[in-house]
Design a protein around this ligand. Structure first.
Ligand code: ZN
Length: 343
């Protein structure tokens, strides 16, 4: 099969011709139609997230099962699939509680600890594949459907984690990013009032198109004051932070109103200070949100199948152009997600 390989961190992709993977017991192999390209995997390529090399990266796949190994009953040849990002065990108490991202025996991630989707075929433990629900034309929209499993499902889960209700005011920090812009879209879908916060002003038009009611550039104003002004001094109900630097986390916490919720989703993952008195007097919550469960991937795919929301994929190219696409990702030049089509 044709694949793009990374032999180490911070080196260009190398095109390679490899033997097709074969499904062992409990495994399945899918032909990959498309694979999403976002910052998470660019972080792996750039060495900012650790991985084992040589590696085929990529996890936001749309594929079709071509082989199932011995003992696999959950999949059949021809099934359209995507992949769950975490190589969770499926047996521990967190997996059994339907909280798979918290698995205490996780094998890591697809495209980081095992080979991923930048190839014509992908082999995974069968339970990591997620069969696509009815109503999705995966052949017509492989790029859009592939990115649902992360770029769209991750913010969908946050709606529940942060208890986003109709009429709530939601500030999204890093709203111009690949997942942030889908958070804007989903908060709007949940009938919230959405304020997009980002220093990338060139992404504001896209944020508004995705559903942002207001935009704030924190490099040109005091973001906490701006958020208070937009809420008549009350503060926001929910601040969702995809940047998670000390300054954005502290701004998000300060901008919260009574019963406000701050959610961090990785990014820089820096420490920050909050006022415990504010937390007490205003009954505020500080929350972390880590990826999604399988059910949440399925629910998000259903939303897309019903066309209630539709992923923003603005740069789709053949696999051979992976390096150029990742250069553009590194520069912050992509709006929404990018994707590669397999030969
Ligand atoms: Zn587990």
């Amino acid at each position: 099969m044709k694949a793009m390989i990374l032999k180490a961190a911070n080196v260009p992709f190398e095109p390679a011709e490899l033997p097709d993977p074969a499904a062992g017991p409990g495994e399945a192999v899918a032909r990959v139609l498309a694979c999403g390209a976002g910052l998470t995997i660019q972080h792996i390529k750039a060495g900012r997230i650790q991985a084992e090399f040589p590696r085929i990266i990529g996890h936001e796949i749309t594929g079709e099962i071509v082989e199932v190994g011995a003992g696999v009953k959950s999949l059949a040849v021809g099934d359209p699939v995507t992949a769950y990002y975490y190589l969770n065990c499926g047996h521990c108490r967190w997996c059994l509680a339907n909280l798979e991202p918290l698995c205490n025996d996780s094998g890591g991630n697809v495209g980081r600890n095992c080979d991923g989707g930048y190839a014509q075929y992908i082999k995974l433990p069968a339970h990591i594949f997620i069969r696509l629900p009815e109503g999705l034309d995966h052949k017509a929209h492989p790029a859009e459907i592939g990115v649902v499993t992360d770029a769209l499902a991750t913010p969908y889960k946050v709606l529940r984690r942060a208890r986003v209700a109709a009429g709530a005011t939601v500030a999204v920090f890093g709203a111009g990013g690949g997942v942030g812009i889908h958070q804007v879209m989903l908060a709007k879908w949940a009938k919230a009032r959405v304020i997009a916060v980002d220093i990338a002003r060139d992404k504001f038009d896209a944020c508004r198109k995705a559903g942002a009611d207001e935009t704030i550039d924190p490099s040109s104003c005091d973001v906490v004051e701006a958020l208070r002004d937009l809420t008549r001094g009350e503060g926001v109900d929910v601040a969702i932070d995809y940047v998670s630097s000390t300054s954005t986390l502290e701004a998000g916490a300060k901008a919260l109103g009574r019963r406000g919720r701050l959610v961090t989703l990785g990014g820089a993952g820096q420490p920050f200070r909050v006022s415990s008195l504010d937390m007490l007097l205003k009954e505020q919550d500080l929350l972390g949100s880590r990826y999604v469960t399988r059910v949440e991937v399925l629910e998000t795919l259903d939303l897309v199948a019903r066309r209630e929301v539709w992923p923003i994929v603005t740069d789709v190219r053949p696999l051979a152009e992976a390096e150029a696409l990742h250069e553009r990702l590194e520069r912050g030049g992509i709006t929404g997600r990018a994707a590669l089509l397999m030969p």
